[in-house]
Each structure stands twice: as structure tokens, then as C-alpha cells.
Design a protein. Structure first.
Length: 174
């Protein structure tokens, strides 16, 4: 099922508006943060595509990560990807860049191990129209001095060791 254009526009516009106001929106609690990014995948910029075969022209996504009161909640909405296909999705340490590896490694809460409890995995399965959503919740908060800077969509679903194939597209988070 394809997301209604108005709904997708709201999901993409809200993070973009927040990014214009501040690179990190601080919630009322001392350790609260909200970062987001989104838009249509282009060949350059903050929302970038590396593999048009897996993220066709017109594909777009929006992601939000909120961390407050001892919890981190992350969400992803995507559309225009290949239909009926699984993608691995993770938060990464650096902003998106011209090369897929510019986003660096997966963001890890404790720098200790790759699994869904220590990293943010947002794997998604698209529907017949190429749309999909994903969310994750963790019982820890982000460190405001060491935030994830991007969300990377990978070519394959995440394996138990955290690998997920080549990098298809990237959203810079602000």
C-alpha cells in the first residue's frame, strides 16, 4: 500500500523543519535529544542514493530518533523502493557522503558488540508498492556528545552478526 502523498509530505517536512531550527532539538529533560532526516534520494546531498537498482528514481525516506527518559525510539518510513523486498537498515556514526563508506560503521551504544540490543536496526520489508515502515525501542539514551549522524539502507536483511550487504542509500541525521 502506497502512503498517501499528504501523509508522506508531513513525515518528511516535519524533520526538515526541525533541522532548520536546530541541528539537535533538545527535549525538556537534560539528556533528551531528537534527530531526524528525510527526503527524496538524490546523487548528492544529505539524502543520497548509491544503488539506483535497489532505490529507484523517486524513492524517498524519513527517519526520526528520539532519546529521552532512559529510552531511545527510532522510526523509518520509506516509499518507492523495490516492491516485496527486505532491506537492512542501521544508524551509522558519520554523516552521509559521496562514497557509501563515508557514513562509517554502525552506531553502537556501548562500542562493544554488534546486535539489535546495542545498535539500532530498522530492517524493513516493502509492500507491493515499495513502501515500508520500521521502528525500534531501546532501554538506553543517546549520548548528546556522540550522536548517530546517518541512517543507512543496506541491500540485504541484517544477519545475526550485524552485516547487511552493500549500502544502497543514506539519510544524514541532524
Amino acid at each position: 500500500m502506497r502512503l498517501p502523498a499528504m501523509l508522506f509530505a508531513l513525515l518528511v517536512a516535519a524533520p526538515a523543519a526541525a533541522a532548520c531550527a536546530s541541528s539537535v532539538a533538545v527535549s525538556p529533560t537534560p539528556n533528551g535529544v531528537r534527530i531526524s532526516g528525510g527526503g527524496q534520494f538524490a546523487t548528492t546531498g544529505a539524502v543520497i542514493v548509491y544503488d539506483r537498482a535497489l532505490a529507484p528514481d523517486g524513492a524517498q525516506a524519513s527517519a526520526t530518533v528520539e532519546s529521552v527518559a532512559g529510552q531511545t525510539r527510532s522510526s523509518l518510513v520509506a516509499e518507492g523502493l523495490l516492491p516485496n523486498r527486505a532491506y537492512g537498515v542501521h544508524l551509522h556514526v558519520n554523516p552521509c557522503g559521496a562514497k557509501p563508506d563515508d557514513a562509517g560503521p554502525h552506531y553502537q551504544h556501548t562500542h562493544s558488540h554488534a546486535d539489535a540490543s546495542n545498535e539500532v536496526w530498522l530492517d524493513l520489508k516493502t509492500d507491493t508498492a515499495g513502501a515500508g515502515t520500521s521502528s525500534a525501542r531501546h532501554g538506553w539514551t543517546l549520548n548528546r556528545d556522540r550522536l548517530p549522524r546517518s541512517l543507512v539502507i543496506h541491500a540485504e536483511p541484517t544477519a545475526p552478526d550485524g552485516t547487511a550487504g552493500s549500502r544502497v542509500a543514506c539519510l544524514t541525521l541532524q
